[in-house]
Design a protein around this ligand. Structure first.
Ligand code: NAP
Length: 334
């Protein structure tokens, strides 16, 4: 049995049949039998029970930097810690990713969810992704357009590509500093350097979000919902102060954290699990939580939000059961 306690930031005591750290493309030449799961920092996953297969943990390291016509090209190993990469690049005077500071997890996992924060998404800066297909050991290089980046999603979430192990990510980063500061907390501050933006983002995150080193959590548990103009208008008529952002396609993004808060679920505790008092979107392990307590609370929250706002929340966190990834609908069927 392979202990997954150190490989999931929810700090759940769960086990896999087997586990392997992958340190190079060469390590992927050995065949892996199904079922398997690829993990980075384990910061965006919920194991709903023990996993009856092999866990492959991305530990491929290395950062190469070169100058290119529109800035810098940075090729990083998928096992590099994203926040450490951002810090090291700023030390070299290379900016662009600073709004993503302190997002937990690895470089190789970040494109799968297309992680985003404070108005930027990682996909905006990716030139290409190198991956090994575990089905046959073949090596692939995918350009940004092939990766189908969207809101917390990408090609790599499609079942056909779930066997792609991301070994390296190549970014193109600008050679001049243009702070992106349209989010609250970054507005009306005069940033003289990207390091100042990073410091500010870290301070904002530390104020609002629990540190997984002390309180088990996987960041935002649910995605922000997008609704039609019709639904938006009905809700806005009832809740005038509801935060919302109109999208280019005319739909509206709502803040899942606000909906959860207004449904009476901010800072609640159900046994060993709860929601964070400063950001209701984060489900926390209050000590010795069992996986089923987290899924039960997630179901409770979605039911409360549905009853009050008629909106279906969907998890951002990926769910894994005995045989591999499981859909949210399957959790409801349990
Ligand atoms: P917040 O500022 O209270 O905002 C709540 C939500 O409203 C956010 O999820 C954000 O959507 C959206 N929002 C806020 N200002 C916006 C703007 N100017 N334009 C468009 N959408 C806006 O949220 P918070 O908890 O302090 O989080 C701040 C940032 O950190 C957000 O970008 C959030 O996504 C990010 N974050 C990411 C994770 C993660 O696990 N990846 C965890 C916590 C926070 P978006 O989520 O689309 O940005």
């Amino acid at each position: 049995m392979f202990d997954l306690s150190a490989y999931n930031t929810f700090n759940l005591t769960v086990f896999a049949k087997d586990g392997r750290e992958i340190c190079s493309k060469q390590d992927l030449k050995e065949p892996v039998s199904r079922p398997y799961i690829i993990l980075g920092g384990g910061s965006d996953v919920l194991f709903t029970e023990d996993f009856d297969g092999t866990v492959l943990i991305n530990r491929i390291k290395g950062i190469e930097v070169s100058k290119c016509s529109n800035g810098y090209k940075v090729r990083a190993g998928g096992g590099e810690i994203l926040d450490e990469l951002i810090d090291k690049l700023l030390d070299k005077g290379i900016c662009g990713l600073e709004n993503l500071s302190l997002i937990p997890g690895t470089v190789g996992a970040a494109p799968i969810q297309n992680v985003g924060a404070y108005g930027i998404e990682i996909g905006d800066f990716i030139e290409s992704i190198e991956a090994v297909d575990l089905k046959d050991g073949s090596e692939h290089v995918l350009g940004k357009d092939e990766c189908k980046f969207g809101y917390r999603t990408s090609l790599f979430k499609e079942p056909e590509f779930s066997s792609y192990f991301i070994t390296h990510v190549t970014f193109v980063l600008p050679d001049c500093f243009k702070p992106k500061q349209n989010y609250a907390g970054l507005q009306s501050v005069e940033f003289k350097s990207p390091r100042q933006v990073r410091d500010r983002v870290i301070a904002l995150r530390n104020e609002k979000l629990p540190n997984p080193a002390y309180v088990g959590n996987a960041g935002s548990f649910f995605k922000n919902p997008y609704v039609t103009t019709e639904i938006y208008e009905k809700l806005k008529a009832k809740y005038a102060n509801m935060p919302c952002w109109q999208q280019e396609d005319g739909s509206y993004k709502l803040a899942a954290g606000w909906l959860i808060d207004k449904s009476g679920c901010r800072g609640i505790k159900h046994g060993q699990v709860g929601t964070w008092g400063n950001q209701a979107l984060v489900i926390v392990n209050l000590g010795r939580a069992k996986p089923h307590e987290i899924t039960a609370l997630a179901k409770y929250i979605t039911a409360e939000v549905k009853e009050k706002f008629l909106i279906d929340l969907v998890p951002e966190v990926r769910l894994y059961g005995k045989n591999g990834e499981i859909a949210w609908d399957q959790i409801w069927a349990l």
